[in-house]
Design a protein around this ligand. Sequence first.
Ligand code: NAD
Ligand code: UDP
Ligand code: UDP
Length: 444
Amino acid sequence: MIRQSLKYRKTITVIGFLCLLLLVYLLLILKRDINDKVTSHQRLSKKEERIFESEPKREKHVKLAKMELDKNIHSTIKELQDAKARIEHLEKKIAILEGRIPEKYPDVKYLGYKERKRILVTGGAGFVGSHLVDVLMTQGHEVIVVDNFFTGRKRNVEHWFGHRNFEMIHHDIVNPLYIEADEIYHLASPASPPHYMQNPVKTIKTNTVGTINMLGLARRVGAKILIASTSEVYGDPMVHPQPESYWGHVNPIGPRACYDEGKRVAETLAYSYAKQENVSVRVARIFNTYGPRMHVSDGRVVSNFIMQALQNLTITVYGNGKQTRSFCYVSDLVDGLLSLMASSYTLPVNLGNPVEHTIEEFAMIIKNLVPGCRSTVATGAAVEDDPQRRRPDIAVAEANLRWSPKVTLKDGLQRTIDYFREELSRTTFYNNQTYMDINVKPHN
Ligand code: NAD
Ligand code: UDP
Ligand code: UDP
């Protein structure tokens, strides 16, 4: 019994000794680990090591901690500076983008989804197109403008940029276009003689291939399509005033042919698609139209004469000035286009103002409307194939659309002169371009 208890005590002592040894061993491992962590964390630079070696231990630690802190502060300051520069850069970008978005859009009516139409306006960044877009937008429709900016400008529609009902597509309609629409106003085509004569092949392609594409689109989606035709389909007319029933007098190979014949083919295409493919078409034969947003250097008579009068330059009448034109203010034309689209009348309709003036008279009207104008009126060589008389017979529009122009020439010109005066103040120069090489001589 005594021997057994002695043996038991010995075993306990041995086990206790072994436990002590294990404890010491564990403590040693733990200490080495801590040392390793401290050295790897502090990774001393050579300069720091030197300090470490040369100074008392506590001071050394304080210095090292300070250095570490300085390093951290320095990198934080750098990060803050980088962030500040990035924020400034983004702020500038936002300011530019905000500058492009109008602070307030013109008032737009709310239309329920049943009344709201999706309307495509080709050439919507041009003179007539942009005014039409304004009315369609304020009526509350969704408007898609398609334009290649050949003669149009983003500026004409920029007040709608960003509006949820507005979309702008930079596209040349000579290429196919696959979108959805309920109605199409097909206005894309240069309209001023110097513009369409500048690239006659493109003018023909736009009015033929481009019109086929728009008719193809109308056919695919079942949209109603209005084609912007022109009084030029009557050429240099032998009938006066011109009714829709007149077939015209056009030189097929003259300088105006690319436009005149292009529009005649566009009309033919419209009625072929109507007959063969059941496309619902409207054809507006538009006579000379004027108003704000005409391009200052588009070479048409209204822009040329007003710009010349505002700068006291010679007013350049081409030929003897006895040729006539009838001028329609743009808001009247837009009303006519909307009425035609809404009507069930499918044959061509003249839209224009029947008040007729000779170009010579027109020069004097403009001169007298610009206060203090010192311009002289001069005549020059006549333009080839220039139509000599033009006045719309608007009986069809009056009877079927209940439409006739409202704005007088004086009021319309006054608004247009104000617009051109504003345009002049925006530009530092105006190149007094006339579109033909004309030898201008003083008027007798
Ligand atoms: P505009 O030159 O100001 O506008 C025409 C628009 O069509 C421009 O924005 C132009 O960039 C765009 N365009 C031209 N070719 C294109 C193409 N291939 N693809 C896409 N866009 C293209 O002319 P406007 O005076 O506003 O005339 C509009 C329409 O009315 C034209 O079809 C024109 O023939 C017709 N028209 C106008 C008048 C008038 O006195 N303003 C008279 C008769 C007919
Ligand atoms: N087209 C288009 N958008 C459409 C549908 C047709 O641009 O949504 C073009 C098409 O590329 C074609 C033209 O319109 O060149 C005429 O189309 P149509 O369907 O009349 O004839 P087809 O496709 O048989 O040539
Ligand atoms: N015209 C003019 N001086 C000009 C510009 C045009 O006498 O600086 C004449 C032009 O010869 C034509 C008429 O004004 O007889 C209308 O020309 P515009 O180019 O405006 O349109 P058009 O009706 O000929 O398409």
